[in-house]
Write a protein that binds this ligand. Sequence first.
Ligand code: BGC
Length: 784
Amino acid sequence: MREALCTLGNGRFATRGAAPESTAGHGHYPGTYAAGCYDRLVSAVAGRHVENEDLVNLPNWLPLRFRALPADGPPGPWCAMDTGEVSGHRLVLHLRHGTLRRTFRHRAADGRLLAVEQLRLVHMGDPHLAALRTVLTAEGWSGWIEVESALDGTVVNAGVERYRDLEGRHLTGFRTGVTDPHTVWLRCRTRTSDIGIGMAQRTTVTGCGKRYDTRGACGHRAVHRLELEVRDGRPVTVDKTVALHTSRDRAISDPFTAPVERAATAPDFTELLRTHTIAWEELWRRAELRVPGEAGRVLRLHIFHVLQTLSPHTAELDAGVPARGLHGEAYRGHVFWDELFVLPFLNLRFPEVSRALLDYRHRRLPRALLAARRAGRDGALYPWQSGSDGRDETQSLHLNPHSGRWLPDHSRLQHHVGSAVAYNVWQYCQATGDTDYLHTRGAEMLLQIARFWADRAEPDPASGRWRVRGVVGPDEYHDSYPDAARPGIDDNAYTNVTAAWVLTRALDLVRGLPARRRQELVERGILDRERLPLWEEVSRRLRVPFHQGVISQFEGYGQLVELDWDAYRRRYGDIRRLDRVLEAEGDSVNRYQVSKQADVLMLGYLFSPAELSAVFRRLEYALTDELWQRTVDHYLRRTSHGSTLSGLVHGWVLARARRADAWRYCREALEEDVCDVQGGTTAEGIHLGAMAGTLDLVQRGLTGLETREDALWLDPVQLPELSESGFTLRYRGHWGIGVRLCGGRLTVSVPESEETALRIVLPGRTVSLAPGETKTLDVRHDRG
Ligand code: BGC
């Protein structure tokens, strides 16, 4: 868990915070992952052959070990946390500068004491570089030490216990070698995606004499060994500079010579640290969220990890939003709908990164069209899990660790992921005013997703409604009706309401397109004018089920059995993963009114109350405040929060519903990774959606900020524990809009350098801010 949380990265690659002298095992797992670097292998599981695509664990660049040498006789063991005696071990993750500092004292078996200080960085300015400085000081003795600095290719993907039966050897074709007196290199390729990977390291020493210096290759390792003279109390510095390239990189002739040259010519550690710090300072200027206290500290950690996974360097790549960051191997580095929780934060800070992440989806639009065609449907069917080429990477079997059984996985029926893509296209364009994107690639995605929904919906003559059958909603617990032969449930409210919203936005888009562009889309077969009446009809008549005066999660949810929550809590303690608990008992979660995570309530996360009422009105349903409040209560009591996305959404929705228990869920969302709330999952990678979602909770959730109709809409809510926040936004042409919320007062400022005024809509009033103007508004009474 500490290694996952102390990961350093730059949006192009990241390395877990493992100790340089440790190898995988005994609670350590060094891992290095490059954005978008996947490989596909076949494994035999439960008598079947299954294919899995993994984000590849790349060679480990960290190894650096040392030991005091005896005056004569063979050397003792290498210094490690479990040899000799370690004291004062301390790790400091410096968020502002993006460094990891480690200090400790090591007493060898013969009593000799070494003080050790290490500082590492993964360079935010030059995204191909990383560096590790180690300062060793002999305390109370003088003599010789041996240091070994290496690149280690003997790695596999083995970071997640549940996946250990699956093939994890992704690297092949190793070669290692030596160039100049300081540099060794390692090359290899991924087994099926054939991505060339090259690493080189330059190791230099200052502050001591040397008697032995050898570089060489040994199997899959490139090694540099040195014997150094140390004197009592005099620090010796060993600097390791590492370069990493893959064959996907631009502006290189090949990925093997490029890192050698880069490592050999990189500036020294002090200069690397200086430029790295400058790059981070620039990022912080754009990303800052000023929140006091412990919540503010956690939020800064979340910003830090979001930016290490998705930085402006990511905008140069063909990469999506990996659900677990570049911090571990859970979910195999796949891309889910989690970008729904990530892009809203980036849209108002790093729009170029959002746009690149949308492009990741756009490049895979042909694959989504093919998936729809293969399913006998029109339009685009985006995959539930996406990796390299956009085919559906969702596994067909998953392991229940409680029962040891491999079970069919129907989560690929979460077709709502397409609506998340459409929502993000729309939000990005609203926040940035990028109409060029909206009318080109954005339109292609939005219209094709709308086509899919119009085709996927079936008329129900009896009710005069349209229905979507055989899907899975965000709550993955319900993947079929009890004892049903076919997977999927019908009329998931979240799926249908968001589908209606997508169709409505697609119609808006078509109306707003310049005639020439509309014609072009018609000619390319993307827009079919004859279908527009059908879109209109479906967008107004999709079915939303209700029971007992609440929105039903899906048709028939109200008829499922109620679970005796207390009994299960007493029996098992942690029941977040009720699906696993019940399956291990020979039962099925499909029988019960229990949800893994927010499903219906996701609607209150995506849409402001006004917008949600409008969507329901268009569907000819009345969504009153009372109905929504009852719905919130209903699902609050029936949700096990088996996903980190759940606490966040509940906190968001409850804050809007002005409930006293909102903070409990917001706090849980803040603690998901720092306290490993899901019990053991943080070690396998951070939860990027939940982390980014907490940032957005402050940025949009509590301020009620929306970007629509050429204005900034604000409708703040009070959450006493998070009553003070401040940040700077990029909204359309305006860069540097200051927003500060403090004790019911909202201060908005527009920088002097702006050319146009900013229109702000608050409940019941509209204000205009001229360039250079700051206004403080009392928002406590605004809701009447
Ligand atoms: C959640 C999904 C989420 C995925 C990746 C699952 O546990 O149920 O909603 O997309 O994790 O974060």
